[in-house]
Design a protein around this ligand. Structure first.
Ligand SMILES: *Cc1c(COP(=O)(O)O)cnc(C)c1O
Length: 435
C-alpha cells in the first residue's frame, strides 16, 4: 500500500514519476512545495475495497472520510467511483455540494455540530446525520420538529475498545470526547429518545476506534461489541438496525519498518464476525459501512520540495532544509509521524548519506523526516516525501505566513492543477488595516 517505487516509476535519467509524470517537470511547471497525486491509486483503492465486500456477498457502503483530503476535485473523483462520503463541518459539506456530490450520499460527523451546521445538513437533505451526544440529539429533535422534516440518523457509540495507535488518534476507548458510551447505558438512552422522535429515522450504530490501526483485534472486538448492541436493541427495544457502520482507521505503510495488514485482511475478518454473529443470533445481517480516509488517499500523494540550506554538525547530524515543512505537513510535529523520502531528481544515484530533513518554519520541531539515507544532496535538488496524500493538505496552515502549496492530480502521464498555490495577497485577504 505504500508508494513502492519500482523501476517503471523512474525515468531513464533518474527522475521520479508520479502518475506517469516526471516530478522535475511538475516542479518547474507548478513550483514547490507541491502536493502531487497519482489518482489511479485512489481509484484502485476504492475498487479494491468494493471487491472485498462483493466477494463476501454482503450489503455494504464505502463512505470516504473526506477530512483526509477534501477539495472540489477529490469529491468529484470519488463521486465518479460511486461511493458515499463523510463530512465533519459546514466547510466540507459546502465543498462537497459545490463539487456536485449527491447530498443523499453524505453522512455528517462531529462531536459539536452547530445549529448552523445541522440546519445546513437539513437544508441539503443529506443522507444521514451521525448523532454524537445528547445535546445534538435535542437540537436535532427540535429542528426537525420545527421544520417537520425527517432525516436518517445513526448514533456514534464508543465501544470501549482501545486501538493500538497514537493516543491522539485513538477514539474508541471509553474515555473519549466522541460518542455515546456503551457500558454505562448512554447508547440505549439515546436509542429510546430517537425512537420516540417522530422525524428521526434510526438506521443503526456507528463506531470509529481510531486511525492508522495495524491489528485486526481492535476491529473484530469492536464489531463484536457493536453486534451485541444491535442484538440487544432488537430484543429489548424491538428495534432492528439495518446499518452497522464500523468507521475507518485502516493503517497504511509509511516506512519500510511498518508492515500493515492488507485491507482485505481487516475487512474480511470484520465481515466474517458480523456474518457469524448475525447467523448465530438469527439477526438479519446489517448493511456494513466503512469510512476509510487515509487508506484511500494516503499512498496516492507525495510532497515535492526544493532543497535549500544544509548544516553539518560534526559527529552529530546532517540537516537538509527544504522550502516547506510543518505548514504543509503537520503530522511529524503533531503525531511523531514517520515518512520515507527520496531525491526525486537523483533516483539512480547511490544513497550514501544519512541526513535529516528540516522544514523552513520557526520551530525546532519542524522536521519532516529523521535519518534518511539519500544520495549526496545539493541546493536545488528535488526532495519528495512519500505517502503524504492524507492529512497533508487538509491540515495545512499559514503558519509563519507561508502560502499553502498547490495540488496537482496526475494520471497516465498528464497533470492537472486542482488547487492553486496561495499567494501572498491571499494571505492578507481577510486582514483589515488598523486605519
Ligand atoms: C477520521 C475518521 C475516519 C477516517 O479515518 P482514517 O484513519 O483516515 O481512515 C473515519 N470515520 C470517522 C468518524 C473519523 O473521524
Amino acid at each position: 500500500m505504500s508508494t513502492q517505487i519500482t523501476e517503471h516509476q523512474i525515468t531513464n535519467d533518474g527522475h521520479l514519476l508520479i502518475g506517469g509524470v516526471d516530478t522535475t517537470k511538475l516542479a518547474s511547471e507548478y513550483g514547490t512545495p507541491l502536493y502531487a497525486y497519482d489518482i489511479s491509486i485512489i481509484r484502485n483503492q476504492i475498487t479494491h475495497f468494493k471487491t472485498i465486500f462483493e466477494k463476501a456477498d454482503v450489503k455494504y457502503q464505502i463512505s470516504y472520510a473526506s477530512k483526509a483530503f477534501a477539495i472540489l476535485a477529490m469529491y468529484q473523483l470519488i463521486n465518479k467511483e460511486n461511493i458515499h462520503c463523510d463530512v465533519v463541518s459546514e466547510g466540507e459539506l459546502y465543498t462537497a455540494k459545490q463539487a456536485g456530490f449527491p447530498m443523499d450520499k453524505v453522512s455528517f460527523h462531529g462531536n459539536n455540530k452547530s445549529v448552523q451546521e445541522l440546519t445546513m445538513a437539513l437544508d441539503q437533505k443529506i443522507g444521514c446525520i451521525i448523532i454524537d451526544n445528547f445535546y445534538e440529539l435535542d437540537l436535532l429533535k427540535q429542528l426537525t420538529q420545527e421544520r417537520q422534516q425527517s432525516i436518517n440518523v445513526m448514533i456514534r457509540v464508543t465501544p470501549g475498545i482501545s486501538a493500538h495507535t497514537h493516543e491522539y488518534i485513538s477514539t474508541g476507548q471509553e474515555d473519549s470526547k466522541f460518542g455515546f458510551d456503551l457500558n454505562s447505558g448512554q447508547a440505549d438512552k439515546a436509542l429510546e429518545q430517537i425512537l420516540a422522535a417522530p422525524y428521526l429515522k434510526m438506521l443503526g450504530a456507528h463506531c470509529h476506534i481510531g486511525s492508522q490501526i495495524f491489528a485486526t483485534a481492535g476491529f473484530v472486538g469492536a464489531a463484536e461489541k457493536m453486534m451485541d448492541l444491535l442484538i440487544h436493541w432488537q430484543a429489548d427495544f424491538d428495534f432492528t438496525a439495518t446499518v452497522l457502520n464500523l468507521g475507518g482507521g485502516f493503517g497504511i505503510q509509511y516506512t519500510d519498518d511498518e508492515k500493515p495488514l492488507a485491507p482485505e485482511v481487516f475487512i474480511t475478518s470484520i465481515i466474517e464476525e458480523v456474518k457469524q454473529l448475525s447467523a448465530t443470533n438469527n439477526f438479519p445481517c446489517p448493511e456494513i459501512w466503512i469510512e476509510p480516509g487515509r487508506s484511500i488517499v494516503g499512498s496516492a500523494g507525495i510532497s515535492l520540495y526544493t532543497v535549500g540550506s544544509q548544516k553539518t554538525i560534526p559527529n552529530v547530524r546532517d540537516y537538509v532544509a527544504v522550502d516547506g515543512g510543518m505548514g504543509d505537513n503537520i503530522r511529524p510535529a503533531l503525531y511523531e509521524a514517520k515518512y520515507e523520502t527520496v531525491l526525486a531528481n537523483k533516483m539512480n544515484e547511490p544513497a550514501t548519506h544519512k541526513v535529516s530533513v528540516a522544514g523552513k518554519y520557526c520551530e525546532s520541531g519542524d522536521m519532516l523526516a529523521w535519518d534518511q539515507i539519500l544520495p549526496t544532496t545539493t541546493a536545488g535538488d528535488l526532495l519528495a516525501v512519500l505517502d503524504t496524500g492524507a492529512y497533508g493538505y487538509s491540515m495545512a496552515s499559514n503558519y509563519n505566513r507561508n502560502p499553502r502549496p498547490a495540488v496537482v492530480f496526475c494520471d497516465e502521464g498528464e497533470s492537472k492543477l486542482v488547487v492553486n498555490r496561495e499567494t501572498t495577497e491571499d494571505l492578507i485577504k481577510l486582514d483589515l488595516p488598523l486605519e
